[in-house]
Design a protein around this ligand. Sequence first.
Ligand SMILES: CCCCCCCCCCCCC/C=C/[C@@H](O)[C@H](CO)NC(=O)CCCCCCCCCCCCCCC
Ligand SMILES: Nc1ncnc2c1ncn2[C@@H]1O[C@H](COP(=O)(O)OP(=O)(O)OP(=O)(O)O)[C@@H](O)[C@H]1O
Ligand SMILES: [Ca+2]
Length: 516
Amino acid sequence: MFLDFGFKQKCFYTQYFLRNQNCFVPTSEIIAVEETELNKKQRNIGKWQKMAKPHAFTVYYVKKARNHRWRCSDVTFWCVDEHLCNQWIQALKELLEMQSKPKQLLVYINPYGGKRQGKSIYEQKVAPLFSLASISTDVVITEHANHAKDNLFEVNINKYDGVVCVGGDGMFSEVMHGLIGRMQKDSGIDQNNPKAPLVQCNIRIGIIPAGSTDCICYSTVGISDPVTSALHIIVGDCQPLDVSSVHHNNTFLKYSVSLLGYGFYGDILKDSEKKRWMGPMRYDYSGLKTFLSHHYYEGTISFQPAKHTVGSPQDKDSCRTGCYICKKSEQQLSQQYKECGLKHEEDEEEWKVIKGKFLAINAVNMSCACPRSPKGLSPAAHLADGSADLILVRKCSRFDFLRYLVRHTNQDDQFDFSFVDVYRVKSFQFTSKLSEDNESNVTDIGKKRFGQFCRDHPACCCNIASSTWNCDGETLDSSAIQVRVHCQFVKLFARGIEENSKDEAAYSQSSIEQLL
Ligand SMILES: CCCCCCCCCCCCC/C=C/[C@@H](O)[C@H](CO)NC(=O)CCCCCCCCCCCCCCC
Ligand SMILES: Nc1ncnc2c1ncn2[C@@H]1O[C@H](COP(=O)(O)OP(=O)(O)OP(=O)(O)O)[C@@H](O)[C@H]1O
Ligand SMILES: [Ca+2]
């Protein structure tokens, strides 16, 4: 057996050879190092039998499995020299100290999210790993909606290296609103002002997936798996995320990181809220119902294209760990901000205006990949490029809409349809035809009392006047909204989706060969 430290491509690694197997572990992916007490049975194995008093230590580290799944593995090193053994333990512990791994976390568990397994997932799969990594936790099991959000306005936040939410996208949203809101309150910033220079939130958020969609976790880690997410928290990963602020006139409504959806996804959400008892299945039930109802909505959408980024929604490459496009876009935006300030950027850049009848309007800050749709609503969207992809699905036949939906589940291009347009934007506004009509003709009592009846389907008499916005799984009260993307506004304990593990294996093998 052989243990060595090295330095390669900007990362420390620990390398060991065991039973003719080479293993290569970046020190940033070591979970814990512990002195190991050898029992009598172990001492009597093989060559250690001859040792008077063997000493040992165990290294716990991240082992990468298929499909971006991480597991905790361990290896025990034995030697006769107690001093040498202690030196190794000391050196490894010092290396771990140097990294930005969290020591103290605040954990919120939603016991009712997803399949209602949040508490047991945390206790059985996550808490033992946190304790192995010597992370102390304060755990709050939420008793009602907004418990976590309200609590974040009261706690001594500086005491923690991060906040963890155990639940789904809705639970993440609560924690994010609590943290961002708290930051603005402490800095005296008025969130109702759509142009206010918001204060960034530097405390990292960890997501242990236990929800129904878990889209944010899946799109930032590559899998929805509690153990994998716990390990990303333990090693102290950091992934910035774009956040959209949503206003109605001068009133702040919500922040969004994944989907802002009007029409199809708004209607699914509204219907599914009444069926929460069904668990994650409620989305399939309401999805089928909404698909069959085939409602479309008239309105006007105006947007400012995201000129600062070099990427396009039709790119073949997706956002991956250490993404070049995200880095470049962030540099470009901060350069622009230094030169001209926000005012210039907002006021002087062009707005495009599109009027139409839409089955769905989806604005996504990230791909929105999830187990239902592994490549997501916009496969080439970036996690941290300061832009959102605005997808407009115009009125089309049911059959065409089905073809469009099916492409979310296979490798075909979901934007390659004449009725689908996609734009990369940094801000947008929407008003529904009904609210425009109401504003211009407030005396039309018939319209106000009964809404606007479906002119194209007189037989069904369905009221299709307006839909609602689905904002990361929550319904917004206004259909007229103004949205602005804030580049890299919050940080997650994640690293984005890593390139194929096949490439990593090739890299580690060749680097070991060079060392020999
Ligand atoms: C034929 C199969 C087509 C399947 C198409 C699947 C597309 C799935 C795309 C999922 C996108 C998720 C975006 C993330 C949104 C989250 O911020 C939010 C909070 O968690 N989740 C939802 O709003 C929950 C959204 C849940 C959406 C479920 C959609 C199910 C559609 C079913 C349509 C059935 C048509 C069948 C016709 C025979
Ligand atoms: N103790 C509680 N009782 C009722 N609701 C709660 C409680 N704790 C949190 N919530 C609310 O439940 C909502 C949904 O929770 P969560 O996101 O965890 O699960 P989900 O909706 O099943 O999953 P997803 O958001 O991934 O679709 C959150 O918006 C949150 O505000
Ligand atoms: Ca983005």
